[in-house]
Design a protein around this ligand. Sequence first.
Ligand SMILES: NC(=O)c1ccc[n+]([C@@H]2O[C@H](COP(=O)([O-])OP(=O)(O)OC[C@H]3O[C@@H](n4cnc5c(N)ncnc54)[C@H](O)[C@@H]3O)[C@@H](O)[C@H]2O)c1
Ligand SMILES: O=c1ccn([C@@H]2O[C@H](COP(=O)(O)OP(=O)(O)O[C@H]3O[C@H](CO)[C@@H](O)[C@H](O)[C@H]3O)[C@@H](O)[C@H]2O)c(=O)[nH]1
Length: 437
Amino acid sequence: MKVSIFGLGYVGTVCAACLAERGHDVIGCDVSEAKVDLINSGRSPIIEKDVGELVAANVASGRLKASSSTEEAVMNSDLSLLCVGTPSRPNGSLDLSAVQAVSRQIGSSLSRKADYHSVVVRSTVLPGTLSDIVIPALQATASRKLGETFGVASNPEFMREGSAVADFNNPAKTVIGVDDEITRDRLLELYAGLPGRVVVTEPRLAELVKYTDNTWHALKVAFGNEIGNICKAAGVDSHELMEVFFADTKLNISNAYLLPGFAFGGSCLPKDVRAINAYAIQNDVEAPLLKSLLPSNKQQVERALDRLLSYGKRKIGFLGFSFKAGTDDLRESPYLELIERLVGKGCDIRIFDPNVSLAKLMGANKTYLMNAIPHVTQLMVPSLDEMVMHSDVVVATSRSPEYETVVDKMNADQTLLDMARLPNTNRFAGTYDGINW
Ligand SMILES: NC(=O)c1ccc[n+]([C@@H]2O[C@H](COP(=O)([O-])OP(=O)(O)OC[C@H]3O[C@@H](n4cnc5c(N)ncnc54)[C@H](O)[C@@H]3O)[C@@H](O)[C@H]2O)c1
Ligand SMILES: O=c1ccn([C@@H]2O[C@H](COP(=O)(O)OP(=O)(O)O[C@H]3O[C@H](CO)[C@@H](O)[C@H](O)[C@H]3O)[C@@H](O)[C@H]2O)c(=O)[nH]1
């Protein structure tokens, strides 16, 4: 199928590369000329496992290209996937300006297109966005009614950064919220051959289920961490305790997101929890449990800050600072927040993160980092050794294989604050502290 993808960020780039690899003709479109140029030169605008290779191979084969022109993308495709950002507004509600703008651009091109076109929202949006924002924007600019020469659908994306290609190719479910048969059939054809259950449903349910998923993940992390905090106070190993908890086979408890660790972060969970809470307030729904998730999460950052300051050492090194392993995405990374707070307390910080190169960061990700810590360039060092050499305390943020050597490089006078439960810390000669166990 001929597909256009609007927004070449973390979702759009992965979708573009994976759909091209599955044999579709893909044209990506972004307002950022830099991202368009990168794709056309066979390079990925994001750091994500396997994406670089897929982009290179599919640009070379001619199945993937990019353009800054909406018109070119719409005219050369039958279906458009909208993958633009939906960040939080300062009051927590969803900023749909990019969704609205791209819908208007596409609608304007549709006014000059005779063939039927399908417009599919892949971004995470609250229920009613398709009906209240996307359809009116398309109709106004296309000067045509929905169903005449275009149809719409909601098709949320469930991939996780760090394993996005594997998640794309092996989805647990594919959710298609649609009232239009042509668009439904096109989406079924687009994803034909992928495993997992395919659910065809109404658009509002498809929109809301995405929030249900992410709120559930956030709830589980917050629960696991609070249990972990109590275990730490009780002198109980929280991971051993959780294994006993999971052993209750009658309850069929998935251990995903439940092992105590550090605060959740990233470009999705915090923003989506904020958005569902804003939606509840707007609709006069009391949701005290959901309201408590972000304060609970913030408390984990406060606890880590107190713990680090309690060591009485100023030189602190961070092994990684993106929100999870395998990505350069720093948006709402709890480690970034922790670093910013430590800098404010006069600590002398060094950061080593092999995935983050300031020269390569782009778009919302780069803006987020530069707003959080404008002088971050002075804190980043090019090697693990340099970070360890500088530090009295090292904070290990994720279980990346390349971080496991850190315990061999540290000496008996140093302290390791382990946020990820590294596998080999029993051979560490210095002072070991697990964040939540
Ligand atoms: N990051 C994830 O892992 C993930 C997973 C599932 C769903 N989501 C959702 O997908 C959406 C996109 O997330 P992301 O992380 O890829 O965002 P992103 O910020 O990385 O990418 C968005 C891209 O859209 C581009 N854009 C903005 N306006 C445009 C326009 N008018 N025309 C063309 N391009 C335009 C931006 O330049 C940017 O490159 C969000 O709604 C997010 O919640 C994200
Ligand atoms: O067992 C776990 C798993 C994750 N996390 C944390 O939870 C956050 C989110 O992690 P993860 O869900 O793995 O990554 P994301 O890329 O943010 O993916 C989430 O957000 C995406 C964007 O909406 C969705 O598509 C995915 O389904 C959803 O998992 C991160 O801070 C993780 O460190 C934990 O603390 N414990």
